[in-house]
Write a protein that binds this ligand. Structure first.
Ligand SMILES: C[S@@+](CC[C@H](N)C(=O)[O-])C[C@H]1O[C@@H](n2cnc3c(N)ncnc32)[C@H](O)[C@@H]1O
Length: 272
């Protein structure tokens, strides 16, 4: 290639690069604008819904503070809050039903939020002093501290369960009850969580999890545990299902063995 041709080629490449750079900046600005618009809109929508809830409260003479706290947290951190409202009573009671209130040892709750499931556990006969609540949202922690002063509250990341609870639990846990939005996490993290939970529990103790998804949030054949599910709870918004996992008898070295605990009653009894 002659020198003038090379020079011309360089100029063309430079022009293309500048154009590309310009386009990139425009796209970045556009994305930034869209994001700001989205944040502003979601904030406006949140405020509108909150105002409607407050109007509803005034009309009915009731307080829906937990719903408002949830809504605010959802708008701030949708993925980790995982729900727009706290679990309904039927779902919470179904979760609690899988925990034997007469068993020994602490009952660990992961992601208790404003305490919908905590309340059902206490109502079912679990002493508040046996509860170990692991929640990372500081607002929810303040609510929980007030409502359950006898419980042990751990403000932290439930996915670091071993580090958080290894020295705190003085005896193996009787159950782990989780409201964590598991499906937003990679499978590896979920499996590590359930294995850590099993290591902190009595043999055969349940890991109770609810989900809005159709499938089990933990791969049923992978983890060396058995799995059973409640019926879909249509009376919850959104409808949910409770899954119960137990480590297989051999400590998870082979496939899963199905195992039904005597404390588990079918969901239909909850609807009566
Ligand atoms: C779907 S809400 C369930 C709340 C409550 N259990 C209920 O049923 O109403 C999920 C809860 O898990 C909490 N959470 C999410 N990720 C967490 C994590 N890594 N560690 C601790 N808590 C977490 C959220 O702050 C929220 O309170």
């Amino acid at each position: 290639m002659s020198l003038p041709a090379l020079h011309k080629f360089e100029q063309t490449v430079e022009r293309q690069l500048r154009l590309l750079e310009l386009r990139k900046t425009l796209i970045e600005r556009n994305i930034g604008r869209q994001l700001r618009l989205f944040e502003q809109k979601s904030d406006d929508i949140g405020k509108k819904i909150e105002e409607q809830i407050r109007q509803f409260e005034r009309k009915r003479g009731i307080r829906l503070d937990d719903e408002v706290s949830f809504l605010r947290s959802w708008f701030e951190r949708p993925l980790s809050t995982g729900a727009v409202t706290p679990s309904g009573k039927i779902l919470a009671r179904t979760m609690a039903r899988y925990v034997d209130p007469h068993s020994d040892g602490p009952v660990v709750e992961l992601g208790p939020g404003t305490g919908a499931v905590t309340e059902a556990l206490v109502e079912a006969g679990v002493a508040p002093s046996r509860l170990v609540l692991v929640e990372f949202n500081p607002k929810f922690c303040r609510i929980l501290r007030k409502r359950y002063p006898e419980a042990t509250l751990v403000q932290g990341d439930a996915y670091s369960l071993r580090r958080l609870l290894e020295t705190l639990l003085l005896q193996p846990a009787a159950a782990v009850v989780s409201g964590l939005p598991l499906v937003t996490k990679p499978i590896k993290m979920r499996l590590r969580l359930i294995r850590d939970a099993f290591d902190l529990m009595l043999p055969g103790a349940p890991f109770v999890q609810f989900t809005y998804s159709v499938a089990s949030p933990l791969p049923r054949r992978l983890g060396g545990f058995s799995a059973e599910a409640s019926e879909r709870i249509w009376m919850n918004l959104p409808p949910a299902r409770v899954w119960v996992y137990r480590r297989s008898d051999d400590g998870g070295r082979t496939g899963s063995i199905s195992y039904l605990s005597s404390v588990v009653r079918p969901l239909s009894s909850d609807l009566r």
